[in-house]
Structure formats: C-alpha cells, structure tokens
Design a binder for this molecule. Structure first.
Ligand SMILES: [Zn+2]
Length: 371
C-alpha cells in the first residue's frame, strides 16, 4: 500500500500542495481504463493455472504454488537468470488447451486491472522447438483471446516474437508457419537474449518480409546492455520499427530523444521490481524521457515474475517512486493509448474512454496532453 507523501522531497511536496486536485490516489489509478502493450504470455501465467497445467500433464515440476515462488526467489540476477525461470514456465504449456487456459486466465487478470486493450507477445519458436506445432499453440491462444473479449470486454491483439538468439533461418521458418494465420496476428516483435551479439539488424530481412506481409514491427531493446543506443538507432533507421520495446537508454542521449520525438516513436517502458531490487527500475529514465516529450508508456512485461505484478499495482508503485500527479500518470497512460496499432476510429474509441475518465475525475487535461 502507498504511504501518502511523507517521503517526498520538499520541492515536490510544494508542487503537490499547490495543485491538490492532482495529488495521486490509488482509487484513481485502479479505476483508470488502461492499455498494456508489453506483456509476454509466457511470463504472465498465474501460479494456480501453472500448477493446474503441470499436474494435468504430469510434468513433475512446479507442482505447487510454493515451488514456483521458491524458484522465483532463488533465480540468479540479470537477464539470463530471469530467462532460466522464464523458460521453465514457458515449457509448462504442451497443447492447445494449455495455451488456451494460460491466455484466458491472463485475460481475467487484465480485466481485473481495468485493462481495455492489450497487445500480447508470444514466442512461437520456444514452443515449436519442443515439437508443438504453430497451429496447435496459436489456435489455443487465439480462441482464448476471442472468448475473453466476449467474457470480459478486453481486446487483445497478438504479437509473435523472434527469439533473437536463434538463427535468421529459424525466424523465417516462423514467418512461414504463421503465414496462414497472419490476419490474426497484429505484429512481429523480438525478445529473449542475450541482446549483445544479436542486434536488431541481424533480422533486417525477416522484418522486411514481415512488413510486406502486413505486420506492425517492434522489438526489445533491453536496458543497459552493450550497444543499446546503437541498437535503437538500427531499429529506427534500418528496420523502420513502429514501436520500441524498452529502449530506455535513449534517456542518455538528447539527440536520440529529439529524434524519437520527431518521429513520434513510442517506447514501451517497463519499470519492474524484483523482490531483491531496492526500488523500481528505471524511474528516473522514464521521467527524463517524459520531460523531453518522448512518448513512453508503463507496462508490466511479465507480471507473474516481478514484485510489480499487474498494471494497477505497477502504476501505484511508479507514482510513489516518481512523485507524479494523477495528470502525469494519465499522460503516461495516454501515451499507451495513442500508440495502439488500430485504425483511427477504433483507436479513438479507446482513447475517449481514458479522456472521459480523467475529466470526470477533475484531472488537468492540459497537463496530460501538454505537448
Ligand atoms: Zn519484454
């Protein structure tokens, strides 16, 4: 729970007092209509569903919620330590029903967070390499997100991701497998790791073909990896991505920030916190980007694998850590809404929900859309 404003530096406190209607409240953030654009299916399967699937499939690991919690608590630091636990989780899913259950239970959690629209990443190669066909995994995910839209009113679009450590041939193979289903997949992304040695330009031809086949393009640019700024520039200038996932090192480079603003390029920030982290990651970077006018949004990445959890909780934690007002928090959410990949009328329908909510709660709209 939040602890009011007692820890805030004096200058920030004065700002908040000067505009009392903007002082943050958990209720405001909780009720806010939300968009999540950076969310991995494989990192978002709630523990109860994991246990149900592992026991059904007699997998012999992650058979209790406690076992999952222990694995999370004891994973090594860094991206590769993260991936060790993450890969065990993704291997839980064996058949269409498992993918269905994982997606449907996630959609329920999204709805509980008042998320009205989400783009969901899935990693086909992590599953096809285990002998599961693209059709099997995709039909499970797709059926669940359609049923969830009917059940909860949450719209979910799908982004398939290249595992960047795998070969270019393997990425092309994934595109081939996805071809019959391409009308039901909104974008192509890139994740996993390590990032250094597997830069965006490695997959330039794959991205080019994906563009021809009608996909929107995005990709991970993890924070503080070697050559991060170079990779972001590759994605802008060579690949022509439509969004940048993470990419928060741009805050180190004023010229790059200006270029992102010029292109109106949106970053999907993810200020997660592990139980072992002293604080939320990258808050200062996100504030720097926001102050420079860069379109940056807040996203949970893998809500079942971080203390930040799902989006409402992350927003509350971020507001505490940044001292942001409700209008500032609404601006970060507005950034997510305006970077949705939907035709303008559909996108507007979502954007109106946030605008109406903010105005009904007396949030200073000029501050939300200050640029
Ligand atoms: Zn991610």
């Amino acid at each position: 729970m939040r602890n009011g404003t007692s820890w805030l530096p004096l200058a920030l406190l004065v700002t908040c007092v000067a505009d009392a209607s903007d002082v943050g409240s958990d209720a405001y953030l909780s009720g806010m209509p939300k968009v999540e654009l950076h969310l991995h299916l494989e990192g978002s399967i709630d523990a109860d569903t994991v246990v149900e699937i592992t026991n059904r499939n007699e997998l012999g690991y992650f058979t209790t919620v406690e076992e999952i919690e222990e694995s999370l608590a004891n994973r090594p630091p860094g991206l590769m330590g993260f991936l060790e636990h993450h890969m065990k989780l993704q291997n839980v899913m064996q058949n269409r029903q498992d993918f269905y259950d994982a997606t449907f239970s996630l959609a329920r959690n999204l709805h509980d967070n008042n998320i009205v629209y989400a783009d969901l990443f899935f990693d086909p190669q992590a599953h096809t390499s285990r002998g599961i066909s693209f059709e099997e995994l995709f039909e499970g995910i797709d059926a669940a997100r359609r049923d969830a839209e009917e059940a909860f009113g949450v719209t979910i679009n799908l982004i398939m991701c290249i595992n960047r450590e795998r070969s270019v041939e393997s990425a092309f193979e994934m595109l081939d497998q996805a071809y019959p289903f391409r009308d039901r997949i909104i974008g192509l992304g890139m994740d996993s790791g390590p990032e250094y040695g597997n830069p965006p330009v490695k997959f330039a031809e794959v991205y080019a073909r994906a563009r021809e086949e009608g996909y929107f393009l995005t990709g991970h640019h993890d924070v503080d990896v070697r050559d991060s700024l170079k990779h972001i520039r590759q994605s802008l200038e060579i690949i022509g991505m439509d969004r940048i996932d993470h990419g928060l090192n741009a805050s180190d480079d004023p010229e790059l920030m200006a270029e992102l603003v010029r292109r109106d390029m949106c970053l999907t920030g993810s200020p997660v916190k592990r139980t072992t982290d002293p604080a939320l990651q990258d808050v200062d970077r996100i504030v720097t980007l926001d102050n420079a006018g860069v379109c940056v949004s807040l996203n949970t990445d893998d809500p079942e694998e971080f203390e930040t959890g799902y989006l409402t909780n992350m927003l509350v934690m971020f507001q505490d850590a940044s001292g942001y007002s409700d209008a500032d928090m609404t601006r970060l959410m507005w950034n997510a809404f305006r970077s949705i990949w939907l035709p303008e009328p559909e996108k507007k329908r979502f954007m109106t929900q946030l605008r109406d909510y903010a105005i009904a709660h007396d949030v200073d709209w000029d501050n939300v859309v200050r640029r």
